[in-house]
Design a protein around this ligand. Structure first.
Ligand code: FAD
Length: 562
């Protein structure tokens, strides 16, 4: 499948929307100038276009299978993985002390975007390792770091995350997997985990599972959870894979899509594991991994949106049907409307993800609490809006294809099936929205209001260049501000009922700010027309969403019995 990396949009967003220069000015990232970043992204783009994109269909037509207890991966995935690993793309932001490139999260985010657009099922593999690397960097002992990080960073070994159990999905605190201390300081892990992405493969020397489990004396709920690293092969004294551990893949889940990614039911049968961080403090460590993964999953949605958009555009340029100026369906106004929505929303979702990446980088480089709070606010929005956009754009991609979208040969349906899970895993989008109106407003709205102040300042400046668009963005921000104040005055149960529309209204405003800023900076042409389209056609949705967020009219549970 052809795929062209959106390098132009990355540059535009880094320069005009998220102020990447601030990251490059910090001591930590002083070597990552914008020019360097663009050059690095150019290299990753080649790998995505030439190696990963041709594998996209293989994941669907030749899915991963379990044969005699061993996972066999899709044709070409081993070679694709090798290219990802050799390029250093598994962990471009990892600490150079363990072989990483130490690049800003901005770079990893753009690379993840491109890899997801090229081949989502394969990209999920390094995404799992990235989260594990970050959790180990922050919480593991020096001995564990030395043992695992260099091999995870090079891709010689692969990482997974094991939270979910049949009775413990969104409610992670309900998990029951046990960890019994052993005399040698390790633990015996026993339990079953379900839906484990890339729980095994046939191309890395080891698969290292981060597993949440309970110590014998642990209190119920999330406060009694500890984190363990449990390798498929126990490293010997030289650090090489040794004895086979007591864990196995029981089966692969039969899924709607993402067939190239083996989603495993895992059984731990007294498997040897080592604790990461302090006993009963596993959720804190896991949150490091989950926050990384939330940005990563949001960007999976953005990447797939890009792939689906390009695919639909190519079809629209080719398909002749009815009379139009171009001779193709691209000449029909409604087809252009769909493509414009796809393009404008993908740009907005990408800008939000990169704004989050910048906030994470600035928080890390400066230690400034305000940047960390900004990242906290943007995390659920980037995750939920990125993935909702992926799903919506992929669905519109099918529509642009007409009947050819519904049959499998064109590959349009694959984007839609593959991306559907992204709004479910890594915390459902409903849970993300509750996080936004709950934990992320616990500062009385300080971080949210400071972000809204900034958007209004940009809109004020924009009035000089594009008064009508800038005024619309300013007004929308005010409506969002009033809605935030309204939510702050309510109790939590009431806030939760309006959480999803509130998050989407927020994303609409952030997207409008991004489009306006790029249009003001570049002025004229297709960029301005797309900004105008977004602000006049898509931004107005915010007002209905804010009304929904403020309405207290949810039916009660018993109403559904009628
Ligand atoms: C393809 C795939 C790959 C996955 N990969 C992994 C992996 O690698 N590692 C891993 O650990 N897990 C993985 N998961 C599991 C995934 O994270 C869970 O499916 C997800 O967290 C939701 O849990 P659940 O399926 O039990 O749904 P439930 O928690 O039962 O949720 C069902 C519905 O109820 C809503 N809901 C639940 N609780 C609340 C609440 N308190 N308030 C409001 N609404 C609520 C949810 O939003 C959802 O709409 C994967 C899942 C899939 C399908």
């Amino acid at each position: 499948m052809t795929y062209r990396a959106p390098l132009g949009d990355f540059s535009r967003i880094l320069k005009h929307v998220v102020g990447y220069d601030r990251v490059a000015e910090t001591t930590l990232f002083e070597e990552a100038s914008l020019e360097t970043v663009e050059a690095v992204l150019g290299e990753a783009a080649k790998m995505c276009e030439e190696v990963m994109a041709p594998l996209q269909r293989n994941g669907d037509t030749d899915p991963a299978v379990l044969e005699n207890g061993v996972v066999r991966t899709s044709k070409g995935f081993a070679e694709g993985y090798k290219a990802i690993a050799e390029g250093g793309w598994i962990a471009s932001s990892a600490d150079p002390a363990h072989g990483g490139m130490g690049l800003p999260m901005v770079v990893t985010t753009c690379v993840n975007d491109m890899m997801s657009g090229a081949c989502l099922a394969l990209q999920l593999n390094p995404l799992m390792s990235q989260g594990q690397i970050e959790a180990l960097e922050h919480h593991a002992s020096d001995a564990l770091k030395e043992m695992y990080l260099p091999k995870l960073v090079t891709g010689e070994w692969q990482g997974t995350m094991n939270l979910t159990e049949p009775q413990a999905g969104s409610d992670v605190g309900a998990l029951t997997t046990k960890a019994e201390p052993l005399d040698d300081g390790s633990y015996a892990i026993t339990g079953q985990k379900i839906y484990i992405s890339w729980g095994d493969n046939d191309f890395t020397g080891n698969v290292c599972h981060l597993v949440l489990a309970r110590l014998p004396d642990a209190v119920p709920g999330t406060k009694g959870i500890s984190l363990f690293i449990v390798p498929k092969f126990i490293p010997d004294e030289t650090g090489e894979p040794g004895q086979r551990n007591d864990l196995r893949v029981v089966s692969l889940e039969h899924k709607m899509g993402l067939h190239g990614s083996p989603t495993c039911v895992m059984s731990y049968e007294g498997a040897k594991g080592w604790i990461v961080g302090e006993p009963n403090d596993g959720m804190r460590a896991m949150f490091t991994m989950m926050n990384n993964a939330r940005l990563g999953v949001g960007v999976q949605g953005v990447g797939v949106a890009e792939g689906a958009y390009q695919h639909a555009l190519a079809y629209a340029n080719d398909r002749k049907q009815g009379r139009s100026d171009t001779g193709t369906i691209l000449g029909h106004a409604d087809v252009r409307r769909m493509l414009a929505e796809m393009k404008a929303d993908t740009f907005a979702a990408r800008a939000i993800a990169l704004a989050l990446a910048v906030a994470l980088d600035m928080g890390r480089a400066t230690g400034d609490a305000a940047w960390k709070a900004r990242a906290g606010v943007l995390t659920p929005i980037a995750k939920a809006f990125g993935t909702d956009t992926g799903i919506d754009v992929a669905s519109k991609g099918v529509q642009v294809h007409g009947g050819m979208g519904y049959v499998e040969e064109t590959g349009a349906a694959q984007y839609m099936r593959d991306v559907r899970v992204t709004s479910i895993y890594e915390g459902t989008n409903g849970i993300q929205a509750m996080d936004l109106v709950g934990r992320k407003l616990m500062d009385g709205g300080e971080a949210v209001f400071s972000l809204l102040d900034e958007i209004e300042t940009h809109a004020e400046a924009g009035k000089e260049h594009m008064p009508d668009l800038a005024e619309a963005v300013w007004q929308a921000t005010e409506t969002l501000r009033e809605t935030t104040e309204d939510l702050l005055a309510r109790d939590m149960a009431d806030r939760f009922g309006g959480a999803v529309p509130y998050l989407r209204a927020f994303a609409r405003v952030l997207g409008a700010d991004a489009h306006l800023r790029v249009a003001c900076a570049e002025g004229g042409g297709a960029v301005e027309r797309l900004a105008r389209f977004y602000i006049t056609r898509l931004l107005p949705e915010h007002s209905g969403l804010c009304a929904q967020a403020r309405a207290s009219d949810l039916p009660a549970a018993e109403d559904f019995a009628a």
